[in-house]
Design a protein around this ligand. Structure first.
Ligand SMILES: [Mn+2]
Length: 312
């Protein structure tokens, strides 16, 4: 499939890159690495975002352009289903050549050309392999962006998804002289006041079910507003639940500040949480997934618990 993708790219002058909404380090790092790669090939490449994640964007090379841009090829990165393109779905649908580069188990193969490698620890790994396939030199800037993508999705190379290939790619990225310690500090060790307040609320909400097999943290709409945390700071709270020694499934619930819905995250080291999320209308990976359910936090909690208990 790299052959078809390389061909579609070669045939295009203007290319739009679309990371998924609620952009994380993997999709942003992958998108900006790809932009630099396409620019090396002489293409007019644009990254269009649903929302800007200032913390992650601060460590990436490349500019964001949010003006509508006509293109012959559009590339969705790290995006398991088309609805995760949010408001930008029309850009995708109206483009002649559509490409989907991703690693989610639940990917719906919604493009003309789909490159889905569920064994890749991050979409950044696939982007690295695409660069090698297309003979594009890995500059320090490209390496910086790909490293951000991979480190972000592997929890700094600590999750189960990390393979020997992940480390081999990381070694090649480090050889370009990137500041990996700085990238990891920004990704994993730096928090704003609002984020720390939010973490305090999450610790206070901590509860367990089924003799500690299920661990949960939850944030209400009121708490989210009170903390002052931005959408982009809401991630990672699930790690509080995940750290419980007896937990088989960790769950985070977060009430939306904008609509009557709850965003749910799942993590597990032993249970297929991609299936649980899919049952509830979401998706993701076997060990990390999520979904969104309409309703208030109390009612959604019951729906989610019922589904998880069934799979234990
Ligand atoms: Mn990813």
């Amino acid at each position: 499939m790299f052959k078809e993708i390389a061909h579609a790219i070669a045939q295009s002058e203007n290319i739009t890159i679309l990371p998924h909404k609620s952009a994380d380090g993997d999709c942003l790092g992958s998108a900006f690495a790809l932009k630099l790669m396409l620019e090396y090939l002489g293409k007019n490449a644009v990254v269009q975002l649903e929302e800007v994640n200032t913390r992650i964007c601060s460590i990436l090379f490349g500019t964001i352009q949010n003006t509508q841009h006509t293109c012959e090829t559009v590339i969705a990165v790290d995006c398991g289903d088309i609805s995760r393109l949010g408001k930008r779905v029309d850009i995708f649908k109206h483009c002649q050549n559509t490409i989907n580069i991703d690693h989610h188990d639940t990917n719906e193969r919604y493009a003309k050309y789909n490159y889905v490698d569920v064994n890749a620890a991050a979409t950044g790994e696939i982007i690295f392999e695409l660069a090698e396939y297309m003979n594009i030199p890995i500059t320090q800037q490209i390496a910086n962006n790909i490293y951000t993508a991979i480190s972000s999705d592997t929890g700094c190379f600590s999750y189960n998804s990390t393979t020997s290939k992940t480390y081999r790619i990381a070694a090649k990225l480090l050889e370009t002289g990137i500041n990996h310690a700085f990238i990891n500090e920004v990704l994993f060790e730096r928090n704003s006041i609002s984020k720390i307040k939010l973490m305090g609320m999450a610790y206070n909400s901590f509860e367990t079910f089924q003799d500690g097999k299920i661990a949960m943290v939850s944030i209400t709409k009121q708490q989210a507003l009170q903390s002052g945390a931005e959408e982009e700071e809401m991630g990672g709270l699930i790690n509080i639940a995940r750290s419980l020694d007896t937990a088989q499934v960790a769950i985070s619930l977060r009430e939306s500040t904008k609509e009557n819905s709850v965003k749910i995250g799942f993590r597990s080291n032993s249970i297929n949480v991609a299936e649980i999320a899919a049952e509830l209308g979401g998706g993701g990976h076997i060990r990390a997934s999520g979904c969104s359910i309409k309703g208030d936090i109390a009612s959604v909690k019951q729906i989610v618990l019922k589904q998880v208990i069934k799979t234990l």
